[in-house]
Design a protein around this ligand. Structure first.
Ligand code: ADP
Ligand code: ZN
Length: 583
């Protein structure tokens, strides 16, 4: 709005400039009055050549001849000057003389200056008001034409679920003839990076309609009403095109469940949410507008959003399974120079990777191959990228690490690796290293978890023991007083796991089958019991792991010696050491 106003102000400004230039030209080009001596003026008067004289109080007066010429002469300031002139048949004007040529530019200059001042005042007042109430929304349809269902690998069920939406967007009349009511809103939910945005774009691309994308947080503003107004503008814009897909990422920012007691302070969010619901019920099915929203957690959303007629279709986008991972990898490897790459193996290694993480891994591999100036992307590049994605880049300058620290790290990592091999034989240990990463770890052990739908209690307990294995090895080898801060993140992770066991999965005693987050509104005092129980579980798992590790001390020593020697061990080497029986 302001931009438009600014443009209008240019009109008076340019006219004023032009006027000034014209005035300048008139003044300097001699168009303006010349001067004549008073004597010659008297002569002109007596020869009856003068038409009019402009008598003022200024030292010079203007004289107009009958032939049109105008000149200045000295003001004689005679008392009867006017009388003399009148007697000589000369018209006398007592207003100052204005050359005609100057009247127009001067008039327009004055008008324009007044006009621009008025405009400035007005736009200022308008601008000040606007900051609070109206807010302009800068959203334009993104190019979605390059996306279609082929850009989304895996996610077959999800694609199937949106297929009819695409068809509906293409010919809404067909559906309305049957009286079918198409969902106005779809919610895609699932972990970050699983391709929700991608799928929404693909829907728009398949249907060849514009794609408007915004994020929930774009609507959460300090000023009450701005979010709501943005919603209205978004829909208005989308409507100008007729058919459209509107995508709202992180819908939870505006549509989060209202948590019981807190009523104040969420005015803005409520208004925004209401505006969204109103807009959605405002358009009818024939219009061909579909709103797709994405969230990581469906259970966090306000039920008002999920009611029929609103976002009534919920589609889960899950992490890709083995087959889907393979397809995603293949898709992203397309059009890249490929050497020998074991896609099957990579897909197997990348359990719990999202599509975005896979894409990132392949991109890293391509960068490494490029840095190596290798002609093709090879398995070795993929392997390096795999470690980078999981653990960060290796620290190049390792000269500052002293021998003592290296030894501690070696035993720490050997502890993790050994317990993993013994307790979770189905989780393959793919790499152990004592090379620190730029992410801050002193070293790390990579293992490939099982690709299962559920995790049972036994598995979680063993997983915790593996996490504790690092600290345990330090404890066993260097004694209690020399344990280090290196176990910081292991302890954090194991605490989360044990807390979830007790409070979320019904695997503990103090809560039994109760779920803690559902109890949050009840003033519960069992916090201490829970903490105590978690602590006891961790302690007993630690003791259990200690027994196991103590009976395998020889392997622990062998692994850490090998690590000190080679810095990095891959799965074959690790398995060879542990299966050897020399003491
Ligand atoms: P989300 O919206 O679920 O967080 P995105 O749609 O933004 O995830 O995905 C990010 C990127 O990850 C995509 O641009 C794409 O490169 C990649 N990706 C994710 N899932 C897939 C998939 N199923 N097929 C192909 N690429 C995918
Ligand atoms: Zn550790």
């Amino acid at each position: 709005m302001n931009k438009v106003k600014n443009k209008y102000i240019l009109i008076p400004v340019t006219i004023s400039i032009i006027s000034l230039i014209i005035l300048g030209i008139i003044n300097f080009s001699g168009l303006n009055t010349a001067s004549k001596q008073y004597l010659y003026f008297r002569k002109d008067v007596s020869s009856n050549l003068v038409d009019e004289v402009f008598v003022t109080n200024s030292p010079k007066i203007n004289v107009k001849l009958k032939n049109g010429t105008i000149y200045q002469t000295d003001n004689p300031r005679l008392d009867n000057f006017k009388e003399q002139l009148l007697e000589a048949n000369v018209q006398v004007s007592e207003t100052p003389y204005f050359p005609r040529a100057e009247i127009l530019p001067i008039a327009s200059l004055v008008i324009c200056i007044i006009a621009s001042i008025l405009m400035m005042i007005k736009s200022k007042a308008f601008g000040a008001k606007k900051a609070f109430a109206v807010d302009s929304l800068d959203v334009n349809p993104e190019a979605s034409a390059t996306f279609d269902f082929n850009s989304v690998a895996g996610n077959e069920e999800a694609k199937e679920s949106v297929n009819d939406i695409v068809d509906f967007l293409k010919n809404p009349e067909k559906y309305s003839r049957y009286g079918a009511r198409m969902p106005k809103g779809i919610i895609l939910y699932g972990e970050p990076g699983t391709g929700k945005t991608l799928l929404a774009k693909a829907v728009a691309g398949e249907a060849k309609v514009p794609f408007y994308a915004m994020t929930g947080s774009d609507f959460v503003q300090i000023y009450v009403g701005v979010g709501a107004s943005r919603i209205r503008q978004l829909f208005k814009k989308a409507r100008t095109n007729g058919k459209a897909v509107i995508f709202i990422d992180e819908i939870d920012a505006i549509g989060k469940k209202r948590s019981g007691s807190t009523s104040g302070g969420s005015d803005e969010r409520d208004q925004t949410l209401n505006a969204l619901l109103t807009e959605m019920s405002g358009f009818n099915e024939k219009e061909g507008i579909v709103v797709i929203a994405a969230t990581n957690r469906l259970d966090m959303l306000d039920s008002a959003l999920l009611r029929p007629g609103r976002f009534d279709r919920h589609i889960e986008i899950s992490l890709p399974d083995l087959c889907a991972r393979k397809k995603i990898i293949e898709l992203h490897l397309e059009n890249k120079p490929l050497g020998k790459i074991d896609i099957e193996d990579l897909a197997r290694k990348t359990v719990y990777f999202s599509g975005a993480k896979l894409e990132n891994l392949i991109n890293e591999a391509a960068i490494i191959a490029c840095k190596d100036q290798s002609e093709f992307i090879e398995d070795s590049h993929i392997d390096k990228a795999y470690s980078i994605v999981l653990a960060g880049h290796e620290k190049i300058n390792r000269s500052s690490i002293n021998e003592k620290d290296r030894k501690i790290t070696a035993f720490h990592e050997a502890g993790h690796a050994l317990l993993s091999l013994k307790l979770l034989p189905d989780d393959k240990v793919s790499k152990v290293t004592i090379i620190p990463s730029t992410k801050g770890a002193g070293g790390y052990t990579l293992s490939i978890p099982q690709d299962t739908m559920y995790q049972n209690k036994d598995y979680i307990k063993k997983k915790i023991m593996v996490l504790l294995g690092g600290r345990l090895a330090e404890d066993l080898i260097f004694s209690k007083d020399f344990i280090t801060t290196g176990a910081y993140s292991d302890l954090k992770e194991s605490t989360t796991l044990v807390k979830n066991m007790v409070t979320q999965y019904g695997m503990g005693d103090s809560l039994g089958l109760l779920n803690l987050s559902e109890l949050s509104n009840i003033d519960c005092t069992i916090g201490n019991d829970i903490t105590l129980e978690c602590k006891n579980i961790l302690n007993s798992l630690y003791e259990e792991a200690k027994t196991l590790l103590t009976s395998n001390l020889n392997h622990l020593y062998m692994l850490s010696e090998e690590l000190l020697d080679k810095e990095t061990l891959l799965s074959d080497e690790i398995y060879k050491i542990v299966s050897s029986d020399n003491l």
